[in-house]
Design a protein around this ligand. Structure first.
Ligand SMILES: Cc1cc2nc3c(=O)[nH]c(=O)nc-3n(C[C@H](O)[C@H](O)[C@H](O)COP(=O)(O)OP(=O)(O)OC[C@H]3O[C@@H](n4cnc5c(N)ncnc54)[C@H](O)[C@@H]3O)c2cc1C
Length: 388
């Protein structure tokens, strides 16, 4: 069956959450000794509360991220890019996979090109393993594409196409995902809340076991995606099917899930601070051609240019997948995520605002980074209808 990710980052994870059967669903009436659950705070979903709109491109590669080395321009070059809709989620594990290739250069001082999710974590992993790192980049946070991501644990979101998900590839993906997950558990409970666990609600007009009508799917350009997330069942909290009256939303069907999320502003700041504190240096540099690598002081160079690698290396295997998000004014009391199945709608409450992601029908292969305000206003209005 064709499997799509039209709902956006996180949906692939959530659509396949292991679920308690209704028989296992906790009785809605709590024992007298416990306080009843706190009611959910309503979201103030209105277009006048949109304070920020962003578009960025997911660097998708059908064959998965490129993690390989070559000798060129007198340098040991390690390529590390193409993480689709999973860059934040897989970053630590992917960097650990790249580390032996970096070390094979045999140099204590290395250059990392790029200061997004992948460049920063690669730099940190190298530092933690005793290397000295200088980052060269065109943009640094908050200007990088990674700053515009949603911030959900979504390790299988547009990470490769089904035809490339061989058993060996799947094992490597699983290793990356588990290693990242483990690292993220060590970033919980910090003052600035870079990483948190959140409850969320998956909403649907039709029963969850019924497929969505064809009209609810994206364009025909998207490839088939492999069902990878089942490999991580043991580290995914089970979702719970809710009965009518057990949730406040104006939909016929709902499940509650629990998912890890990233407060990208504070998390990025933490990564930058840690990198600089460990002696890292950031240099502004724009590379028009990879032969410029030859002019760098360092002899090992890690290329973490994300979507930028398409132009820099002429690598057409990187396909842009457009994503637009709106940020509503922060509502600290809203502490749950929402996904409206079949409506291309995703809401994540972050400390720096309520992220509303709405995908268009033609995002795959679309490199148009112009903001379409009407698309986000329509998404916010669809959200509002869930509360009215
Ligand atoms: C809307 C949206 C939502 C997303 N949500 C999530 C999510 O919830 N969870 C998740 O895990 N992932 C998510 N992603 C995916 C994630 O954002 C990407 O996989 C990740 O940002 C890729 O990081 P990167 O470091 O490779 O690229 P980038 O962030 O683009 O960084 C590239 C770096 O290289 C530099 N660079 C590029 N070209 C050059 C050049 N020629 N010379 C010098 N420097 C250069 C740039 O300036 C930048 O510093 C989302 C993506 C989108 C679009």
């Amino acid at each position: 069956m064709k499997r799509r990710l039209f709902l956006g980052a996180g949906t692939a994870v959530l659509a396949n959450l292991p679920m308690c059967s209704p028989a296992q669903t906790p009785d809605p009436t709590p024992p007298a000794a416990f306080a009843p659950p706190r009611p959910l705070a309503p979201l103030r979903a209105s277009a006048d509360r949109i304070m920020d709109l962003n578009v960025c491109l997911r660097p998708f590669r059908a064959q998965g991220p490129r993690i390989e080395s070559e000798q060129r321009y007198g340098k040991h070059i390690v390529h590390h890019y193409g993480h689709g809709g999973s860059g934040w989620s897989l970053s630590w594990g992917s960097a650990k996979l790249a580390l032996p290739l970096i070390r094979a250069g045999g140099h204590q001082q290395i250059a990392v090109i790029g200061c997004g999710a992948i460049g920063l974590t690669t730099a940190r992993v190298a530092q933690m393993n005793g290397l000295k790192v200088r980052i060269y980049c065109k943009e640094r946070p908050p200007e990088v594409a990674s700053s515009k991501a949603t911030g959900m644990w979504s390790p299988d979101s547009r990470i490769c196409s089904s035809e490339h998900a061989t058993p060996a590839w799947t094992r490597a993906w699983e290793a990356m995902a588990r290693s990242s997950f483990k690292t993220y558990q060590s970033l919980l409970g910090l003052a600035e809340q870079p990483v948190e666990w959140r409850d969320g609600y998956l909403l649907s007009d039709i029963p969850f076991d019924q497929p969505l009508p064809a009209s609810a799917h994206g364009g025909d350009d998207e490839p088939d995606y492999p069902n990878l997330i089942g490999e991580l069942d043991d580290i995914r909290p089970k979702s719970v099917l809710l009965r009518p009256g057990e949730h406040p939303f104006r939909v016929a069907h709902a499940k509650r899930f629990t998912q890890m999320s990233f407060n990208i502003s504070s998390y990025q700041r933490l990564l930058m601070d840690d990198f600089l504190r460990a002696g890292g240096e950031i240099v502004h540099e724009v590379f028009e051609h990879p032969r410029q690598f030859g002019g760098l002081r360092e002899r090992t160079i890690v290329n973490c240019t994300g979507y930028g690698a398409r132009a820099l290396l002429g690598d057409k295997s990187i396909i842009p997948v457009r994503g637009q998000t709106a940020r509503l004014l922060p509502q600290i009391e809203v502490d749950y995520a929402l996904i409206y199945r079949g409506h291309n709608l995703f809401m994540l409450p972050r400390r720096d605002g309520v992220l509303v992601q709405a995908q268009g029908e033609h995002d795959f292969g679309n490199e148009d980074t112009r903001i379409d305000r009407a698309q986000s206003v329509a998404a916010v209005e669809r959200l509002a209808a869930l509360f009215s």
